[in-house]
Design a protein around this ligand. Structure first.
Ligand SMILES: Cc1cc2nc3c(=O)[nH]c(=O)nc-3n(C[C@H](O)[C@H](O)[C@H](O)COP(=O)(O)O)c2cc1C
Length: 171
């Protein structure tokens, strides 16, 4: 962990698994929490959402986001929580990573996935943020049930707590 500065936990989530884990991280690390939300949300219908996400990836889209992080320079360390979408990050996370200067900061990624763990998301993240330290990440299996009503992960998740301890961040 980098010394000094506050910690931010930012997350994007469709069926609330990455959200539940981000909330746990925020509680256990004492960090601020920010939800990455699209101006035009993805469909509540799973199959439609899958198609929309594929279209956005294939067109290398940058969906517009709602709101912004106040005073990003105060954060030296970030947790970034997101679901694996088509082997990478949702394109909204690409927009987020291009919206601020993360040079010299450390990002710890947490991905929820349906089997492909990080996919190529870490490579894509480092490409978007070449001057950012990508810290040790955690992948959590969280295959959704086709509904975005509620998460299937239960919190507190032990692996998350252990990971935070290993990084040296839990309080
Ligand atoms: C648009 C979309 C694309 C997905 N693509 C993948 C994938 O390529 N590999 C994988 O393991 N899981 C994939 N999944 C499953 C998600 O990773 C899983 O639903 C997610 O981790 C749940 O997190 P959430 O509740 O925070 O949205 C996909 C799900 C959606 C909705």
């Amino acid at each position: 962990m980098q010394s000094g500065g506050k910690i931010l936990t930012a997350y994007f989530s469709w069926s609330k698994n990455a959200k539940a884990l981000a909330e746990q991280i925020a509680r256990e690390s004492g960090s601020d929490l920010f939800e990455i939300q699209c101006v035009t949300p993805y469909s509540n219908n799973y199959n439609t959402c899958v198609a929309e996400a594929l279209r956005d990836q294939q067109t290398n889209a940058r969906p517009a986001l709602l709101g912004s992080v106040a005073n990003m320079p105060q954060y030296n360390t970030l947790f970034l929580c997101y679901p694996n979408w088509w082997e990478s990050m949702p394109m909204a996370v690409f927009t987020f990573l291009e919206s601020y200067d993360f040079s010299g900061k450390t990002i710890y990624p947490l991905i929820t996935h349906g089997g492909s763990r990080f996919g190529k998301s870490l490579k894509d993240m480092q490409k978007l943020c070449p001057k950012t330290i990508i810290g040790k990440g955690l992948s959590v299996s969280a295959y959704d049930t086709g509904s975005n009503d509620s998460a299937i992960v239960t919190v507190p998740n032990k692996d998350v707590s252990l990971w935070l301890r290993k990084i040296g961040i839990s309080r």
